[in-house]
Design a protein. Structure first.
Length: 157
């Protein structure tokens, strides 16, 4: 009903806010909304997390993804960095980056008609196969199934 009155973008936003499927198939678990920026923690950690969320591949060329490099980027020892990152985000840097990549892929699948190779590239996966494996592991469905359920460009039934 929301989609009929206000269009697919508003319907998607409402569904995501309510953590609902637009059209939920039987037997499927709910999908949660995208990742949120950590509200607590040292400012450099929050800024680093924001950069990961904005572009999961963005740190690759600048600081790399090695813990030592990330710790240096925020002027902390590795041990302090890992402890502060976990406190701020509730997870490890590697898991946070993977979740950010999945969140980026979900956004692209929802909002664009880009082919999967472009989505894989933009979400920092090495290939479509890498995207398929990671997405199925994280979401329990394929990127195509996700797009057909949540994409604003899906055909109306």
């Amino acid at each position: 009903m929301v989609e009929e009155d206000y269009g697919p973008r508003v319907a998607l936003a409402v569904a995501r806010e309510l953590v609902l499927f637009l059209r939920r198939p039987g037997g499927q678990a709910q999908f949660s909304t995208g990742m949120a920026l950590p509200a607590r923690g040292p400012a450099p950690i929050v800024a680093l997390a924001a950069r990961f969320l904005e572009d999961p591949s963005g740190l690759k060329s600048a600081e790399g993804r090695r813990i030592a490099d990330l710790a240096d980027a925020v002027n902390m020892s590795e041990r302090t960095f890992l402890r502060a990152f976990r406190t701020a985000t509730g997870t490890t840097p590697a898991k946070f980056v993977e979740e950010a990549r999945i969140a980026r892929a979900k956004t692209l699948l929802e909002e664009t008609r880009d082919p999967l190779d472009r989505v894989a590239y933009e979400a920092d996966y090495g290939s479509v196969d890498g995207l398929l494996r990671a997405f199925r592991k994280a979401m329990g469905i394929t990127p195509g199934d996700y797009r057909s359920r949540f994409g604003i460009h899906r055909s109306r039934s």
